[in-house]
Ligand binder design. Structure first.
Ligand code: GDG
Length: 492
């Protein structure tokens, strides 16, 4: 089959999904607006889900429904607004939903990120279950059901729901939009049934998700965990052969669709004169002469990404291989994330302290081993980081997929560079032979992997990077979307 791209996806939508409205629902907006001096300014959020879906929405020219951060509900302006995006070059519509502040806090920082996020990631953080968070979560799912139903009604439509913020939405929509085909994609891991069992509202969550026609996870392992959880918790029939669940006479297909990135776009941006200019700028800003070995990391500041563990690995590397002191620099981008959740505050302090410790232990007046950029790095600059890097280090304790790994691979148009990848990411299933797999809990192993990365000969690097590039080129985000859409089309 020919490689998928924006055109083949558009074609698929024209031929297979004709006459259907295409609606995506997510918590996060694909473009975040801020008002500065009366002018609206737009930014792309650091979110893997947005990176993956924006190209799909451009191709479908559909409607994206999301929480309108910063929106003020004034009398007369209603509780939602429409904006055409991408800004400056619109190709789809965004419906921004207003949420009352307290409800938003309890639903987002509360149930979504203090209960479901730690529940689904094995990162040894206890989930916090509060009744008021759960009520807000239910209320917000209701609001979104209403907002989608206003647009879809009883028309034929495909509604594609994103992530753990909306576990209840599929069932709520099924009642309101009888002709809609409903898909839900769970972007984070699904844990073992024994882990999920502690959730006081586990049955409601499972019943909500089983309102979908199609339910997607990144990898088969998460899909199997989900099927086992359903089997253990509710009266439903599991059809392992068809990978489906029948619950109250409704069939939900449960499949693995490994998410990806827009390989061509990342590759061509990585070759652009702007990226090249940024590379030169960075060489000067951070004094990266030719004999300096650069390692790179880029993450939201989240405890699942294993940042303290990564710094422990770097510490161990410099301890065990002192010959690299003075000529090894690790550049880490850490975008602050979910700052209203206490656990994230603690993490921020922990990471700051760990950076200070490593820099004090090994640094000299001329050289600091770790440079930590605590802000959103513009994409062109991030690509320049990737291109200058000898290696990128992804040390997640648990991660649904991890798109940073794929972006790094796509950016290496020169065919070299080494990917150090946690074995607990979804991406590790695709790169198991060509990345250097690491266990983030084992600092010594990480130190050895870093040493292997910095001493690997060019031929080996090329062979590994070449195969990883081929993998991402073939299995790009358009393929992810096309596979899901083809499955959806079968429901019509
Ligand atoms: C969830 C799942 C799954 C990060 N810092 C900057 C920046 N980023 C961008 C990266 C990447 C995205 O943010 C992060 O994506 P990930 O996939 O690594 O992680 P999550 O945000 O946790 O995403 C994850 C994903 O959903 C998709 O399903 O892969 O497992 O947890 O695109 O590049 N981008 C820029 N500056 C930064 O400083 N420009």
């Amino acid at each position: 089959m020919a490689r998928e791209n924006a055109d083949t996806l558009r074609n698929l939508i024209r031929t297979r999904l004709r006459g259907h409205k295409f609606v995506t629902v997510s918590n996060r907006e694909p473009y975040v607006s801020e008002w500065r001096n009366g002018q609206r300014e737009w930014k792309r959020p650091a979110s893997g889900m947005v990176v993956a879906l924006d190209p799909v929405m451009r191709a479908t020219r559909g409607l994206w429904v999301a929480y309108g951060k910063g929106m003020v509900a004034a009398p007369g302006n209603g509780k939602s607004e429409f904006v055409d995006v991408p800004p400056g070059n619109p190709s789809y519509r965004l419906k921004r939903i207003w949420l009352p502040e307290e409800e938003e806090q309890n639903y987002y920082s509360g149930f979504s990120n203090s209960a479901l996020w730690p529940l689904c990631h094995i990162a040894y953080r206890l989930p916090i279950f509060h009744e008021k968070h759960w009520h807000a979560y239910q209320a917000v799912n209701e609001r979104f059901a209403q907002a989608v139903a206003e647009e879809v009604g009883d028309e034929p439509a495909f509604v594609f729901i994103q992530d753990y913020h909306f576990a209840l939405l599929p069932r709520l929509l099924r009642k309101r939009c009888p002709r809609a085909v409903i898909a839900h994609f769970w972007h984070i891991p699904w844990p073992d049934p024994e882990v999920f069992r502690v959730c006081p509202w586990k049955e409601e969550i499972l019943r909500g998700l089983l309102g979908s026609d199609l339910l997607g996870f990144h990898i088969r392992f998460h899909r199997n965990n989900f099927l086992d959880t359903v089997n253990q918790q509710i009266e439903a029939r599991i059809d392992r052969e068809r990978s489906a669940v029948v619950y109250r006479r409704h069939l939900t297909k449960v499949r693995a669709f490994p998410i990806s990135i827009d390989f061509d776009s990342v590759s061509s941006n990585a070759m652009s004169p702007e990226t090249e200019a940024r590379m030169n700028e960075l060489r000067q800003r951070y004094r990266l002469s030719d004999d300096v070995i650069l390692g790179v990391g880029a993450d939201r500041l989240d405890y699942t990404k294993g940042l303290p563990e990564r710094l422990a690995g770097i510490d161990r590397f410099l301890d065990r291989f002192p010959e690299y002191r003075g000529r090894f620099v690790f550049l880490q981008a850490g975008v602050p994330s979910r700052t209203s959740v206490a656990e994230y505050h603690r993490l921020n302090e922990e990471v700051n302290a760990a950076v200070r410790r490593v820099n004090e232990k090994y640094g000299t007046p001329e050289w600091q081993p770790v440079i930590f950029v605590r802000e959103h790095v513009p994409l062109a600059e991030l690509l320049a980081w990737y291109r200058l890097a000898r290696f990128v280090l992804v040390s997640s304790l648990h991660d649904g997929m991890n798109l940073v790994a794929k972006e790094f691979v796509a950016s290496r148009v020169d065919g070299v560079g080494v990917l150090l990848l946690s074995e607990f990411t979804g991406a590790a299933r695709e790169f198991r032979n060509d990345a250097l797999l690491i266990n983030p809990y084992a600092a010594d192993g990480m130190a050895e992997a870093i040493h292997r990365a910095v001493t690997m000969d060019c031929d080996e690097m090329r062979r590994r990077m070449g195969r990883m590039r081929e993998q991402v080129r073939e299995n790009n985000v358009y393929k992810w979307a096309a596979d899901i859409l083809r499955k959806l089309a079968k429901f019509v």
